[in-house]
Design a protein around this ligand. Structure first.
Ligand code: NAD
Length: 294
């Protein structure tokens, strides 16, 4: 297939590489030249603009930071909705507000275009290994069309419902992730402050009822686990500011639906405080630093 891919950051870069590996012809674009160069070295084709990447694509994929980036890419006079062919399937994998996903998809539909929201879970390791979970919102027909392409980048593809539903499910998941990462960091620090080795404590909790994803795959305490951001000065991974954004989206959705989210609200405050101390670009497991002197 001819695939256009826009946004080659921590996630988009390795995702686009997996499409190249699967044999697709991939045209790539990012505002950061070095990100594009890395993909061209991996076998992708250079695009000089987002429009260039989109023209003639069977599938157009975007992986951008937040709602405003997605709106400015697709909407308006210069927006890609005025560039892409009606046969192009548009897949936005960014995590954005559900109402933005709905409104952008509805503008697309008004122009005779098909767009789905397909945010991902699984982190940078999942992106590199092609084991992401895609949480998709859109018509069944569009999701079925997207599935073979998504399978080149992920292992699980869920249709959550119509447009925006993928974003709602993703926001619920990330609110839970922030809560459990904060709780895990707090518990490890309690043990360390009371004389325990963080490795021993982590092994114990992993085989006990406190077991969770952070303990199993993404321990926040430096040196407990190899090849995770906490053992690399919290570089790479999923940024604190991106997690703070997702928690903000969760709070907006809670307000609109009159849902009570006290744990999510606390996690949002912790991540906002952490970011305000200059940790915005560190991986989100660095919330450990709020509890520990590392
Ligand atoms: P990132 O900041 O590393 O990458 C975003 C990329 O988009 C950057 O390279 C930036 O230059 C590019 N970009 C921004 N505007 C652009 C434009 N108009 N045209 C072309 N390129 C543009 O972010 P990331 O970590 O890759 O995350 C991307 C999305 O995936 C976010 O919505 C995030 O919440 C979500 N997400 C991230 C992770 C993770 O572990 N990092 C996991 C799941 C979901």
């Amino acid at each position: 297939m001819d695939i256009g891919f826009i946004g080659l950051g921590h996630m988009g870069g390795p995702m686009a590489k997996n499409l190249v590996k699967a044999g697709h012809s991939v045209k790539v674009f990012d505002l950061v030249d070095s990100a594009v160069t890395a993909l061209v070295e991996a076998g992708a084709t250079l695009s000089t603009s987002a429009q260039d990447a989109a023209i003639g694509a069977d599938v157009l994929i975007s992986m951008l930071p937040a709602s405003q980036h997605v709106e400015s890419l697709y909407l308006g006079e210069q927006g890609l909705f005025n560039t892409v062919d009606s046969s192009t399937l548009i897949i936005d994998c960014s995590t954005i507000a559900p109402e933005t996903a709905r409104s952008v998809a509805s503008v697309a539909a008004g122009k005779g275009l098909t767009m789905i929201d397909a945010p991902v879970s699984g982190g940078t390791a999942g992106a590199a290994n092609g084991t992401l979970t895609f949480i998709v919102g859109g018509s069944e027909e569009a999701v079925n069309r997207a599935t073979p392409v998504l399978e080149n980048m992920g292992k699980n593809i869920f249709r959550a419902g119509d447009s925006g539903a993928g974003q709602v499910a993703k926001i619920c998941n990330n609110m839970l992730l922030a809560v459990l990462m904060s709780g895990t960091a707090e518990a490890i620090q309690l043990g360390v402050a009371n004389g325990l080795d963080p490795r021993v404590l982590s092994d114990i909790m992993q085989k006990s009822s406190g077991r969770n994803w952070a303990l199993e795959l993404y321990n926040p305490y430096p040196g407990v686990m190899e090849s995770v951001p906490s053992s690399n000065d919290y570089q790479g991974g999923f940024g604190v500011d991106l997690m703070a954004k997702d928690l903000g989206l969760a709070m907006e959705s809670a307000l609109q639906s009159r849902s009570s989210t006290p744990m999510g609200a606390l996690a949002r405050s912790l991540y906002a405080m952490h970011s305000s101390k200059g940790a915005g670009k560190l991986d989100f497991s660095s919330i450990q630093k709020l509890f520990s002197e590392l």
